[in-house]
Design a protein around this ligand. Sequence first.
Ligand SMILES: Nc1nc2c(ncn2[C@@H]2O[C@H](COP(=O)(O)OP(=O)(O)OP(=O)(O)O)[C@@H](O)[C@H]2O)c(=O)[nH]1
Ligand SMILES: [Mg+2]
Length: 313
Amino acid sequence: MPLTAAAPITTLPGENKKNIYIIGPRASGKTTFLAALLSITNYSKNKSHDRGKVTVDTKGLSSQLKSKVRDSWQTQRPLEPTTFDSGLQNYEFSITINPQYKPTEIELKAKDYAGEFFQELLRTDLSTQIKPYLLDCLKNANGWIVLLPDFCLQDKGNEFTLVKDIDAFYRSVFHKLLSEFPKNDYIFSPDELTKIQDNLRKMRIAFVMSKCERGELWTRRWEPERDLFQVHLNNTREFLRKNLSLSKNQISFFALSSFGVFSEKDSRPNRLNLGENLQDGAMIDKTEKWRPFGLVSPLYWIATGKRWRDPSF
Ligand SMILES: Nc1nc2c(ncn2[C@@H]2O[C@H](COP(=O)(O)OP(=O)(O)OP(=O)(O)O)[C@@H](O)[C@H]2O)c(=O)[nH]1
Ligand SMILES: [Mg+2]
């Protein structure tokens, strides 16, 4: 007799089926984060404590992405930047927390935006290519995961250059994205604006400092709003907290490293720099010692409104 799949078990009401948008500047680690998250099941099994094991069930495109990043780590060849040219993929997967004991299942559809989006928002002549992506993420998202490294790259023709004042850059992007565009009747129709406003009252936004395995960030990862954002990106943090009509509990701050450090005792980054400059990117150094930090926390918070008990996850 063919086996039928069990219905999703959900212990918290309303948290299944979430549309998540992963947004951030070029090379902030968005695609790597998503692929790392999709690969977390085995790591979770081996984690020494048994508070909240996690399994991630991938299918179709999400399973392809997982393999692509594994290949890139094994061959130490970096991923290609994501582009809008061929349209964006919708990665579907589910996360089950505590599979043996009181399981909570969250089903997700994630869209991995190209970093180009972030930069395009600041142009006065917003390109027609960007508008549908802008509308989509403002109107249909349950949550955004916004990856912000404490250094930031932008496209300049064929090369990436470092943005000098990143705090001001991030602040202007969020001003456009969350304050100006949702009122702009030149870009959006009245019906679109109503839907955007409705969604902005409910949506949760996780602001995540990525690549935090670096020594000066790593020790500050437990209190990310106070010890990372207030220290490195305080104008942006103040703007998000004080100048937007989003309520306090719609915004939260996190720390993340898709690579992590070697071990609890050896906090050297498990990272290989690919050149002398930050622009050259980095690779995981020893895949067999992989211990990512903070992959599940932002998703769990978006889905449930609660902080995940183990912030290292
Ligand atoms: N140090 C460090 N580097 C990382 C981490 N995650 C990703 N990277 C590196 O950052 C670079 C960009 O990673 P991607 O995942 O392609 O970044 P992205 O945000 O998807 O970039 P776009 O698609 O261009 O917008 C690559 O060299 C990655 O290996 C991390 O946790 N730590
Ligand atoms: Mg990408």
